[in-house]
Write a new protein. Structure first.
Length: 733
């Protein structure tokens, strides 16, 4: 008592307490004496941890909230290998310690091979002595009885049938017992609540990462801490933070993988590490000596799950690795249905989803969309190579997406344009993969067919850089001359994207080559297409008479072959020619004619472009109110299509209206917003900068330097959606 400086008025209680009489300690309000232990010690065997926990506060709070509800008795933490289910269960259990007065107990099942030993394993974890008189499960029911207890069941997937049965019976027999489980597969018993453990947030391509906001991304913080554990001088800097963000993105934000890869920082720089992040490197990386072999490398962790699958599940899992960027149920069923007889593809897909080897993701379309984590997909691809069926599976994938592209090419020219735009966008990575495979195996005709059907999707989506790359790759194949019809069309399409993104001079040789090939075969549809694009090129070169001649011939040919959509496109090209010659009345009339035709065929994209010019022309003719209505409608349509080219055009013309009605600050905001969108799709050229300065000059003069600089800063900072909302605001016009 003297050594611990116990106050005199507490010494009697302290002495009784020290001699073993815990109940004799005085009960006081306020702060407890420092020597006094809690009146009730909660029994627990929760494992101690040796590393700090990064983030997970929200997850722990939510799990604890689940466990606090009377009607929730079993919570299963689910997720793929390496996502941190065990660590999260330990920390959630630790946070819930005082919510369960009769104890919190952790039962490690990873090393348990015999389902008949599950009850005994739980008895041992609870610290009970096993009795020979009663069956272990009966003993558990009697011992737990009315106790308020939490049992954590870790790594249940390999004994899922046995553990699900025991858990169900224990929960029925023991009304105050609760369970927290970790598994790659759900128990599928009544009353189970599933919690899919999320991967750590990783920066998206559109997010700016710097030292000020790095702490918002747990993946970066985990990498940083684990790297410092092996290399004390390691620091996050402005020079390496983007590289580390790229590493974490490649690793799917999986804590186990980040820890394993961060351990390699003792050997190399972040940049060298990023450059070596091949599938083999990631799958085989081992960091610390793991407590179990399956945690030693990512391959071991995934292998654990793979070996628990049935043969048909293993087969579909491996086949699904051919998809890039995810897939719809319809895709998987169409490609692989004939490969399975015992169970259907939807049934097997549901089982893989249950086992956390694929996941459902949000998608623009109404279809369910699924994907594999990159690291799991790399393992599955490795298995596909070992299976010896890679060529066959990739050929099936190519055939399916070639047909998908054909349907999409037609869909992009009609009333279902928006739906097909979303569907093609969702399949973008698979379409790239299919094209790359066609080129790799030198399937020239297939490659040409694939890209020619994707042309309008790329154009509407303003993906001119990708289009030029893909069209160019197909045209570069050695035997392309064997397919003159496709060659001519693809050359014309390449010229169209080149004219849009780079300029008329670069586009003209391409379209003239296409026209030559088409005329040699009297291929009227391709003659008409190439003449139409050549007409646009000549308009931009201000060779108006030649352009008019080409466009009129094109229009007549499209009428002859009965292609109303292409006919409407040529009418709009003629309208552009009139606009460039400042023949405003003719241009307005032709644009209105084109608008009516595109409404008839249901094409929203060119309706937007026609309305854009109609609105601009009406404003120039003094009808500002009608012009503003048309321009707003054009912008709404372009936003619906996510057509950045159309969005930028409409915003820039609304800026011109603001300038016309003496609102220079609004004009500056909108001009800069439009410029940002154009630059984001790679169509902003050096000569555009001259026009841009000419647009801004009257605004600068009207505002003065200080106000102009402030307006310019606001416009520069506008995100596209902000700019659209701002542009659509009602004004006094």
């Amino acid at each position: 008592a003297e050594i611990f400086n116990i106050p005199h008025d507490e010494r009697a209680g302290f002495l009784r307490f020290a001699r073993g009489d815990w109940k004799s300690a005085p009960v006081q309000s306020g702060e407890q004496p420092s020597w006094r232990a809690p009146t009730k010690v909660v029994r627990s065997n929760i494992p101690a941890t040796t590393t700090s926990l990064i983030a997970r506060e929200e997850e722990i709070a939510l799990i604890r909230e689940y466990l606090s509800k009377d009607d929730i008795r079993l919570v299963t933490l689910m997720g793929p290998p390496g996502i941190g289910k065990t660590r999260l269960s330990i920390e959630a259990a630790r946070a819930s310690l005082h919510d369960f007065p009769d104890g919190v107990f952790f039962v490690a099942l990873a090393f348990l091979d015999d389902p008949n030993s599950i009850a005994s394993a739980i008895i041992q974890a609870l610290g009970y002595m096993e009795s020979g008189d009663n069956a272990p499960e009966d003993q558990l029911k009697e011992s737990i009885a009315q106790k308020q207890m939490l049992i954590v069941l870790d790594n249940c997937e390999h004994v899922i049938e046995g553990i699900a049965s025991i858990a169900s019976r224990l929960l029925s027999a023991c009304p105050h017992l609760k369970m927290l489980a970790t598994s790659r597969e759900s128990f599928r018993i009544p009353g189970e609540w599933l919690y899919p453990v999320p991967a750590f947030d990783i920066p998206t391509e559109s997010e700016t990462i710097d030292l000020d906001n790095a702490s918002n991304f747990p993946a970066l913080m985990l990498f940083f801490e684990r790297a410092r554990a092996v290399r004390p001088d390691f620091k996050l800097t402005a020079d390496n933070i983007q590289t580390i963000a790229a590493i974490c993105a490649h690793l799917d934000g999986l804590p186990l993988v980040i820890e394993l890869i961060a351990a390699r920082m003792r050997l190399m720089s972040p940049q060298a590490l990023l450059e070596r992040l091949s599938a083999q490197f990631v799958l085989t990386a081992d960091g610390m000596r793991a407590p179990s072999e399956r945690q030693k490398t990512l391959r071991n962790a995934i292998d654990w799950s793979y070996k628990l699958l049935s043969a048909p599940e293993q087969k579909l899992f491996v086949y699904l690795s051919v998809f890039l960027g995810g897939f719809a149920l319809e895709d998987a069923e169409a490609i692989f249905a004939r490969s399975f007889t015992e169970k259907s593809v939807p049934e097997l897909l549901a089982l893989l989803l249950d086992k956390s080897l694929i996941r459902r993701v949000a998608n623009e379309s109404s279809e369910d969309h699924y994907e594999m984590l990159v690291t799991i997909q790399e393992y599955a691809r490795e298995r596909l190579g070992q299976l010896g069926e890679e060529t066959e599976i990739r050929n099936l994938h190519l055939a399916y997406f070639l047909n998908f592209a054909r349907q999409g090419g037609q869909g992009m020219r009609g009333p279902n344009q928006v739906e097909w735009l979303h569907r093609l966008n969702a399949a973008r990575d698979n379409l790239r993969t299919a094209l790359d495979w066609a080129i790799e195996i030198k399937q020239t005709e297939v490659a040409l067919q694939l890209v020619r059907n994707l042309h309008w999707f790329w154009f509407v989506h303003s993906d001119h850089t990708e289009a030029r790359r893909a069209l160019g790759l197909a045209l570069a194949l050695l035997d392309v001359q064997k397919y003159p019809e496709s060659q001519a069309e693809v050359l014309t399409q390449l010229a169209h994207h080149t004219w849009t993104q780079i300029g008329a001079e670069e586009a003209r040789p391409l379209v003239e080559q296409a026209l030559s090939i088409a005329r040699a075969r009297d291929d009227k549809p391709n003659i008409a297409r190439s003449l139409s694009i050549l007409g646009l090129v000549l308009v931009m070169q201000r060779k108006f008479a030649e352009a008019q001649s080409n466009l009129e011939e094109s229009k007549a040919l499209f009428q002859e072959v009965g292609d109303k959509w292409e006919y409407a496109h040529t009418v709009m090209s003629l309208a552009l020619g009139a606009y460039e010659q400042n023949n405003l009345a003719l241009s307005l009339s032709l644009h209105e004619q084109a608008l009516a035709l595109f409404r008839e065929v249901g094409d929203s994209y060119f309706q937007s472009f026609a309305l854009d010019f109609i609105g601009s022309l009406q404003v120039k003719q003094g009808d500002v109110k009608r012009g503003m209505t048309a321009l707003r409608e054009a912008l709404i349509l372009a936003r619906r299509l996510d057509s950045k080219h159309g969005i930028a055009g409409a915003i820039s013309r609304l800026a011109a209206v603001a300038q016309r009605v003496d609102d220079p600050a609004r004009a500056v905001h909108l001009y800069w917003a439009a410029r940002n969108v154009w630059a984001s799709i790679g169509v902003w050229r050096d000569d555009d900068e001259i026009d841009f300065e000419n647009w801004l000059a009257p605004c600068r003069a009207a505002l003065g330097e200080a106000a102009f600089a402030a307006a310019e800063a606001q416009g520069r900072a506008m995100m596209m959606e902000q700019a659209i909302a701002y542009a659509l605001e009602k004004t006094d016009v």
